[in-house]
Design a protein around this ligand. Structure first.
Ligand code: NI
Length: 128
């Protein structure tokens, strides 16, 4: 049954970092939430933009654009869209959580260089 989901309560049901849980669908898109801490991996999503909303804490996203690198800082309540095909590497201090909006089936690690660091796993999100 379709029922409201309290995000704070949903986030309290798991501990894994960078492991998105699907809290809803909008047409062909997932609404996902994740706890985040430490460094992610440089990656890109060749077929889709990726929407971030910071629910708690602070998220930094390093970006490689036109041969240059910059970092955007997202405080709680901030939104940012990483454009399709843009290399990015999020990082966060423990305690941060984010909401992601992206097409169903999109893998979190996208296209990345080399081996995946041991603390990360590839996932297209799992139900709460
Ligand atoms: Ni990404």
């Amino acid at each position: 049954m379709n029922t409201p989901i309290a995000l704070a309560q949903a986030l309290s049901t798991f501990d894994a970092f960078w492991s998105p849980r699907i809290v809803g669908h909008v047409n062909d898109y997932d609404v996902r939430v994740a706890k985040v801490a430490g460094e992610y991996v440089w990656h890109s999503h060749p077929d889709t933009d990726e929407f971030f909303l910071v629910l708690d804490g602070r998220l930094e996203i390093a970006l490689r654009e036109d041969g240059r690198e910059r970092t955007v800082v997202l405080e709680t309540g901030s939104v940012f869209v990483v454009p399709r095909g843009t290399e990015h590497k999020p990082s966060a201090v423990p305690g941060a959580s984010i909401l992601l909006f992206e097409p169903t089936g999109t893998e979190n690690t996208g296209t990345h260089e080399g081996e995946l660091p041991g603390h990360l796993t590839t996932s297209a999100g799992v139900p709460l």
